[in-house]
Ligand binder design. Structure first.
Ligand SMILES: [Zn+2]
Length: 128
């Protein structure tokens, strides 16, 4: 299919697909006249790419993950899994806090051990 059709099916702009082609991440076939031709396999690959982006992976990381021959691939994947696990812990912690706070009887957060404990354990670990 043509690039416009592929972009529409994925819900992305045409220039995004061109960029991913230029970056060598998902490289479509070329018609004899030089136009990009996407197969279902390309589309599947593009969906995987989008899913990877959805969990915060960068294009260089995704390139490494999608190509088995890439050096350092295992390390990149391991690092990303570690990041996901850290995010999960953070989200679970936030969930416990919010579940507590909805029923918290204290007037001030600072007077409640459950509430102030959340801030103490969370710290400033927000930026990674
Ligand atoms: Zn509380």
């Amino acid at each position: 299919m043509k690039i416009g059709d592929a972009a529409q099916r994925l819900g992305v702009a045409v220039h995004v697909l061109r960029h991913w082609d230029d970056e060598g991440i998902v490289v479509p076939d070329r018609s004899p006249s030089g136009h990009r031709e996407y197969t279902e396999e390309h589309l599947t690959r593009l969906r995987v790419l989008r899913a990877c982006q959805g969990v915060g992976m960068s294009l260089p990381e995704i390139r490494q993950v999608l190509n088995r021959a890439e050096p350092g691939r295992a390390a990149v994947i391991e690092q990303r899994i570690g990041w996901i696990q850290a995010q999960r812990r953070r989200l679970e912690h936030a969930e416990r806090f919010l579940t507590h706070v909805v029923d918290c009887r204290h007037d001030l957060l600072t007077r409640c051990e459950g509430c102030s404990g959340y801030a103490a354990t969370t710290g400033h670990a927000g930026a990674d």
